[in-house]
Design a protein around this ligand. Structure first.
Ligand code: CUA
Length: 311
């Protein structure tokens, strides 16, 4: 029962032990090999200790003692640890092979994710707080940060990499199963570090390409857009095809398509978006976005509805 509960915690959209990508599978296998190796060694050592203290009466002679130390204390650990080390190091070049074309720049910000798709052929596409990738393709991520150190980790797809100001770190991931997975920031980066997640949507290649292509069409307009403009949201946010050209906050051109608002904070519903606009300071402490508490609930909802219509 306890074991069942324990193991069920290892499955799901954010588990390194439930791999949905090539790199994650390699790392998970390494984990199990190391774990089983450690368990075997531990059992052997404890077994010898129990034998010596419970079943063996009186001391061994010196020759036996020396042999035990030489074989059990020097030779055996050297061989086992060297084997595990070679196996572990052998993985590294495999995890560093180059990508197959699509590059995605991701920048960790306080406290959200700036995402830019750079397809081999075609213009760059800006987005935020959600990453879409095609299944079965080695996608290269270029990871950086403008402020403090964040860390980029999609446990179901691969290992984690730090995002360091002034540096670009590379990570290549190949997803093997379509679906929605969850990534998170895994380096303490400030008050809302724990509120900095993102969804990763792994799509079939044709659907992904159609989606990427559709990103360049201008969005529909509405009353909410008017309010969005009048309250100056465009100073920080960008909605392509409109006057909103801000770069400080998350890009919002296809916001309606995203699963969450606030970098994985709440499900993306108009009510939650309106709440996020009016209560940013309490929902996401130290976020650079001020709370628009002076905005009426109705107006916030109008803006939220318009943002929700951007697909
Ligand atoms: Cu960003 Cu922790």
């Amino acid at each position: 029962m306890t074991l069942g509960v324990g193991l069920s915690a290892c499955a799901g959209v954010q588990s390194a032990l439930d791999p949905a990508g090539h790199e994650a599978r390699e790392v998970a296998t390494l984990f199990w090999v190391m774990l089983i190796g450690a368990a075997v060694v531990w059992t052997a050592v404890i077994g010898v200790a129990v034998y010596a203290s419970r079943f063996k009466s009186g001391p061994y002679d010196d020759a036996v003692g020396h042999r035990v130390i030489l074989w059990g204390g020097v030779a055996f650990p050297t061989v086992v640890l060297a084997g595990l080390l070679v196996y572990g190091l052998g993985l590294m070049p495999k995890l560093r092979e180059p990508g197959e074309g699509l590059r995605i720049d991701v920048s960790g910000e306080q406290f959200w994710w700036r995402v830019t798709y750079r397809p081999k052929d075609g213009a760059a596409v800006a987005s935020a707080n959600e990453i879409r990738i095609p299944v079965g393709e080695r996608v290269e991520f270029a990871l950086t940060s403008p402020d403090v150190i964040h860390a980029f980790w999609i446990p179901a797809l691969g290992g984690k990499v730090d995002m360091i100001p002034g540096r670009v770190n590379r990570l290549v991931l190949k997803a093997e199963k379509p679906g929605v997975y969850r990534g998170a920031c895994t380096e303490f980066c400030g008050a809302s570090h724990a509120l900095m997640a993102f969804d990763v949507r792994v799509m079939e290649k044709p659907a992904f390409e159609a989606w990427l292509k559709a990103q360049s069409a201008p969005p529909p307009s509405a009353k909410g857009q008017d309010l969005f403009t009048r309250h100056g949201c465009g100073a920080c946010h960008q909605v392509s095809g409109t006057d909103a050209k801000g770069e400080v906050g998350p890009e919002l051109t296809r916001f309606g398509d995203r699963l969450t608002v606030g970098a994985g904070l709440l499900p993306n519903t108009p009510k939650n978006v309106a709440r996020f606009i009016r209560e940013t300071d309490t929902l996401k402490p130290r976020s650079k976005m001020p709370a628009y508490s002076a905005l009426s609930n109705e107006d916030a909802l109008e803006i939220a509805n318009w943002l929700g219509s951007l697909k």
